[in-house]
Write a protein that binds this ligand. Structure first.
Ligand code: PLP
Length: 403
């Protein structure tokens, strides 16, 4: 038997089905396209306006930057950190949990450090889902729709089935949970296939927020049906004046039995590239999360953990820094909405209560040759030099997201 030599083409047969057609994450594809177009646009004196990536362009607080610089000069920080996070880091995030949300967490047993909450979410999905290709047999994870673009892809990579929880103006972006189960049953999905439900408030891309009453219902629902509640509160500190401060699901008594909550330094401090986040959960789950991480990534860097310490130990200063960031986001939100009112008063959009996005409808612009949100974004970038993200990436092709 002759064996074909390995080539660019037949190596693809080695790939697992889940990555065979995988492309780079949409935000990085758009960023690359912007870089490609930049010289041409600069030459026309029309530099691109980058409103695509979910990363603040406001600089991180000086205190954090200085702490990161200092940390790099300390002995012992250049090696692998411990899987669940350095002790000083766990103590700092536990302190934040107490002062910001009034929740007690055990620093040694219920915390896991993460290379951003995205890593934690991806690890969690891998830990829950058994790889299957038949949609009728796949483990189901319920995710918000529209929702963070990464959820569905990260679930599909694991051979799971992302079930869209429709967030609509009619249900005020907070659907009734039992209705969801009834809808799923109609599609042949039984509750025993549902492993987890993801909630994300304040939400990406619509900036919706949720109150304690909704979290109480979510916890009761998940307990009743033995579903893990995955709460993603990456934007917990990004909410606008007049809004109630977003809650943690762990404020609900008994929630920890059935909840893992992901937190991140990325968004309120403009430190997306530092890659530092953390989760709180039951002892058993926290152990599993850090065990998993110890096999896959060998944990976040110690200097990033030191910077987090700076963010969380002096609450007053941290609050002032975050308030400065949020004020910049509010000014921009209000500027955009007032321009919308002036220039395109009929264009529907969701006014965000939190996070830093504006999700607006563009289907009235659809025509031959520009029939979906992707085509609208290409047009916006090539003709108006503005980079934004097609709504289809978040589950709704009628919209475009501006960051
Ligand atoms: N969760 C949501 C809702 C997000 O929008 C993002 C990033 O855009 C993340 C999590 C991941 O953030 P990070 O990995 O930087 O903590």
């Amino acid at each position: 038997m002759t064996v074909e030599p390995m080539t660019k083409n037949n190596i693809k047969a080695l790939y697992s089905e889940s990555i065979r057609d995988m492309e780079v994450y949409i935000m990085f594809r758009i960023a690359k396209r912007v870089v490609e177009l930049t010289p041409e646009l600069n030459a026309k004196n029309r530099p691109p306006i980058r409103l695509s990536m979910g990363a603040p362009v406001v600089d991180p607080p000086k205190g954090l930057i200085n702490k990161l610089k200092e940390a790099v000069d300390q002995p012992g920080v250049h090696t692998y950190s411990t899987p669940k996070g350095e002790k000083f880091f766990r103590d700092a995030v536990v302190q934040r949990m107490k002062t910001r949300f009034g929740v007690d967490v055990n620093a040694d047993k219920e915390v896991c450090s993460l290379i951003g909450s995205k890593e934690g979410l991806a690890n969690m999905f891998r830990a829950l889902i058994s790889y299957r290709t038949n949609p009728a047999e796949q483990d189901v994870i319920m995710i918000p729709d529209p929702g963070y673009a990464s959820y569905a892809d990260a679930i599909k990579i694991c051979g799971g089935y992302p079930y869209a929880i429709k967030l609509t103006p009619e249900n005020q972006y907070k659907p009734e949970f039992e209705d969801l189960l009834a809808d799923m049953r109609k599609e042949g999905i039984t509750p025993d296939r549902v492993k987890a439900m993801v909630l994300n408030y304040p939400s990406n891309p619509i900036g919706a927020t949720a109150g304690m009453d909704y979290y109480e219902k979510a916890v009761a629902f998940c307990k009743q049906h033995n579903i893990l509640l995955i709460s993603d509160i990456a934007y917990a500190d990004v909410y606008f004046p007049g809004e109630e401060a977003p809650h943690s699901v762990l404020e609900v008594p008994g929630a920890k039995d059935i909840t893992i909550e992901f937190h991140s330094l990325s968004k309120p401090y403009g430190t997306t590239g530092w890659r530092i986040g953390f989760s709180f959960s039951s002892v058993d789950l926290a152990k599993k999360m850090s065990a998993f991480q110890s096999h896959t990534t060998s944990n976040p860097s110690s200097p990033a953990q030191e910077a987090a310490l700076e963010a969380y130990t002096d609450r007053e200063r941290a609050q002032a820094e975050v308030a400065r960031m949020v004020e910049a986001f509010r000014r921009r939100r209000d500027l955009v909405t007032s321009l919308f009112a002036e220039v395109v008063p009929d264009l529907p959009y969701v006014k965000p209560n939190g996070a830093f996005y504006l999700f607006f409808r563009v289907d009235s612009l659809f025509r031959e040759g520009m029939a979906d949100s992707g085509a609208v974004c290409t047009w916006l970038l090539e003709e108006a030099e503005i980079a934004m993200v097609p709504g289809v990436a978040f589950g709704d092709d009628r919209y475009v997201r501006m960051s």
